[in-house]
Design a binder for this molecule. Structure first.
Ligand SMILES: NC(=O)c1ccc[n+]([C@@H]2O[C@H](COP(=O)([O-])OP(=O)(O)OC[C@H]3O[C@@H](n4cnc5c(N)ncnc54)[C@H](O)[C@@H]3O)[C@@H](O)[C@H]2O)c1
Length: 336
């Protein structure tokens, strides 16, 4: 694949220009671009500026409100609901996590659901924000169906990601950010494009039969059989039903019906470790856990034991110096 390496500030500005030209208010375009660049910096390019074109198309078709009036209703001491007014999920998620952080600082915990939202990008952005405030962050979002329920033949659930961000004292935060499908659809499509077969277990055909030819994949599988399936349902309950949004097959499609508002839900939580333990002790113990994991002997075929999120953090360090690498087709779109 032909690629272009570009400074993150330049890529961010290009994405902002496209979004603003489509009618998105500048402040929202800034936030969306920030979340997209966060993903590209971590080499999670599937959720980077690559998505700009889709958002632009959706705004132009009427499926995203470019001038959303996002509101917050605090429903209890530690709970609240953000109504996204059908704006972009990145902005809605950011506002929701900020309220969860504020409540966790004041009252130990903050839980916020978001409704009337749309695609919110890489969840690591939101949980990292909590961890940078010395809080534990949790984020979940449901997505439209592409994953079979365990034992089922046809798709019912989305790739329903879940993320945790946990602060440490001297180390970067522990950031687990994972879809609950075995792999993202993008990985299957990449294998198809490169003419490679996929390992058995990534996807199934229309009959629910495991296939290794990526062209035959109709649905993905949940990771870890019934365990990933169960976790995916939990994500749908927290970010869908709890948020007053739809579940599974009733969720608005990402790449179809561009003129329809998707009405997605998300779930954000922040927990203040200081309400449970001495903060310094907690952070020091996180450091010790990370140090001991780093000291673990690697198994044959591995060079090191990494902490969740660490590989992405190393990518970010490198890309901040050398620029982010995006597909030439994405660069062409952003510059034309
Ligand atoms: N907003 C949405 O609708 C949506 C939907 C699906 C996925 N996503 C996003 O897609 C992104 C990619 O998700 P994914 O499931 O493909 O991620 P992934 O499979 O690349 O990584 C999952 C987790 O495993 C960790 N990991 C990977 N290799 C490791 C190693 N060797 N040692 C220790 N930890 C390791 C990563 O740090 C990460 O926390 C995420 O940012 C997710 O939020 C978003």
């Amino acid at each position: 694949m032909s690629t272009v390496t570009i400074k993150q500030e330049d890529a961010k500005q290009l994405a902002i220009n496209k979004l603003v030209a489509a009618g998105l208010v500048e402040e929202h375009a800034e936030k969306v671009a920030e979340v997209l660049i966060h993903a590209d910096l971590r080499n999670v390019n599937s959720h980077g500026v690559l998505r700009t074109e889709h958002y632009v198309n959706r705004i132009k078709a009427g499926g995203i409100n470019p001038t959303a009036n996002i509101s917050f209703n605090q429903t209890g001491t530690v709970t609240g609901v953000v109504d996204g007014d059908d704006g972009l999920g990145h902005v809605i998620g950011d506002i929701a996590m900020d309220h969860a952080i504020q409540m966790a600082k004041e009252n130990g915990v903050g839980m916020v659901t978001a409704m009337n939202s749309s695609h919110c990008g890489a969840l690591s952005y939101f949980v990292q924000k909590a961890a940078e405030s010395n809080l534990i962050g949790i984020a979940m979002t449901h997505t439209d169906k592409i994953v079979v329920p365990f034992g089922g033949k046809t798709s019912f659930l989305g790739t329903n990601p879940i993320a945790y961000g946990i602060p440490a004292k001297t180390h970067k935060p522990f950031i687990l950010d994972m879809a609950t499908s075995t792999v993202a659809l993008g990985k299957v499509l990449q294998h198809k494009e490169e003419g490679k077969s996929i390992p058995e277990g990534w996807g199934v055909d229309a009959e629910g039969k495991a296939v290794t030819n990526p062209a035959e994949v109709v649905s993905l599988t949940p990771f870890g059989g019934p365990k990933g399936y169960g976790l995916s349902l939990i994500v749908d309950v927290f970010s869908g039903l709890l948020a007053g949004a739809a579940f599974g097959p009733h969720i608005g499609k990402m790449y179809d019906d561009l003129d329809k508002k998707r009405k997605l839900g998300h779930y954000f939580c922040a927990i203040n470790p200081a309400n449970f333990n001495d903060l310094e002790t907690f952070l020091t113990n996180m450091d010790q856990m990370i140090d001991e994991l780093h000291d673990s002997e690697p198994a044959p075929g591995f060079t090191k034991v990494y902490i969740p999120g660490e590989i992405e953090q190393l990518n970010e360090e490198n890309n901040r110096k050398n620029g982010i690498t995006i597909a030439s087709s994405v660069y062409d779109y952003l510059t034309n």
